[in-house]
Design a protein around this ligand. Structure first.
Ligand SMILES: [Zn+2]
Length: 401
């Protein structure tokens, strides 16, 4: 698996508890969208010259800020004190936009059919969507899917949505200049639904704006595409992404320019790269605590350690146990003085210099077996606290062999 695929796979598995996530809470103004100056200027010009089309298809790759841009534009259109560069952020309309509770702002998003609801629409998911989008203004389909799906079901925009869209937009606007209907990922709309909205997309009621925010142009029906004015949003320019990452709460000792280059204009990937580093550090610290307390036979410390591990959630526990196998292997290999076979960062390398003699032929396979056993027990919903306590006790014996 290449590293990009690796990161994406890793990202799918993540569902860590909130205390591990430091999100960059963005508002919904143009200034909150990273870079993308030409498109911001284009939108502002359309608004000021009152040439707003009735349906816009905003196209672009994942992680470039399409949805944040669409929302910033909608907020700008409806702001009562807009300037030539942005919405005000504080008028009554802006405040409602910020919380996504404006009565003339409607969302259509992929949803899931469940045993309790066989005809789901976006309205059923709206409060979860608000919560999700406010903390993930650069959202990812897979992450939204993970937030709402019970199993591996894929979110879709079903036919039941069509009548909801038509009904919501046929009402007179409550208070805004524009009624806005945002369709996030119209490519996930089934064909029956798409066909049912063709008419309203072509001739919407007065002062209505459709904003279709899409990542996969080739999956859209040509009849949908032809009814919209297409605006392409490119990936984020490297310098703009570097500047945004320089203020990121998870930056730590990372160089923002290096992360920006690796992320190739994708903010979601950049955040994942920052967090992956954070996860690795956490795993390393827990590994060293386990080995130190185990070697010193400090039972109280080991129990406190297994308390901590029990509290981090299953995905993080699995990530920790994988790290245990990987780092133990690296220590074992260090004994053979073949630096090419060892891939440790500086902090890990310093620890390994002193620790690697404790990993040898007599215990290495037993250690792997313990990590594997714990992985299986955790995956099958075993008693987590008992699993980690038991593992730590066995390991403290093994490293004294
Ligand atoms: Zn305003």
């Amino acid at each position: 698996m290449g590293w990009i695929a690796g990161v994406q796979f890793f990202l799918l598995l993540r569902n860590e508890p909130e205390r591990f996530r430091k999100s960059l809470l963005l508002g919904m103004q143009f200034k909150d969208v990273i870079g993308q100056r030409p498109t911001k200027e284009l939108f502002i010009q359309l608004a000021l010259e009152q040439r707003v089309p009735h349906a816009i298809l905003l196209l672009g790759p994942p992680g470039n800020g399409k949805l944040a841009m669409a929302l910033a534009f909608a907020q700008y259109l409806n702001c009562s004190s807009k300037t030539v560069s942005d919405s005000c952020g504080v008028c009554s309309s802006c405040l409602k936009y910020k919380k996504l509770i404006h009565p003339d702002l409607h969302f259509t998003i992929p949803v899931i059919i469940t045993s309790a609801n066989s005809k789901p629409t976006s309205s059923n998911y709206i409060s979860r969507w608000r919560e999700f989008f406010i903390t993930n203004p650069y959202p990812l389909y897979e992450r939204w899917n993970q937030a709402i799906a019970e199993d591996n079901k894929q979110g879709m925009i079903y036919v039941y949505e069509a009548s909801e869209i038509i009904q919501k937009l046929s009402k007179k606007s409550y208070e805004a200049d524009y009624k806005v209907s945002v369709i996030w990922l119209p490519e996930s709309m089934n064909a029956t639904c798409a066909n049912k909205i063709l008419k309203i997309l072509e001739e919407p009621p007065a002062n209505t704006l459709f904003l279709l925010v899409s990542e996969e142009e080739q999956r859209l029906l040509s009849t949908i595409r032809s009814r919209c004015q297409t605006i392409r949003l490119p990936k984020i320019a490297e310098q703009d992404l570097t500047d945004a990452l320089a203020n990121h709460p998870d930056l730590g000792e990372n160089n923002p320019a290096v992360i920006a280059r690796m992320a190739k204009g994708n903010y979601i990937l950049a955040e994942e790269l920052l967090r992956e580093d954070e996860v690795r550090k956490y795993n390393h610290n827990q590994y060293t605590s386990m080995m130190r307390s185990g070697y010193g036979r400090n039972l109280q410390e080991l129990l406190a350690w297994s308390d901590e591990l029990s509290s981090i959630g299953r995905t993080r526990q699995i990530s920790f146990l994988r790290y245990c196998s990987e780092f133990t292997r690296e220590n074992f290999m260090s004994n053979f003085k073949q630096p090419k076979l060892v891939t440790l960062d500086e902090n890990e390398g310093n620890f390994a210099k002193k620790f690697s003699p404790f990993i040898h032929e007599k215990n290495v396979m037993h250690l792997f077996a313990e990590f594997e056993k714990s992985l299986k027990d955790i995956a099958s919903n075993g008693n987590v606290k008992a699993v980690f306590t038991d593992m730590a006790l066995k390991i403290s014996k093994l490293i004294r062999l």
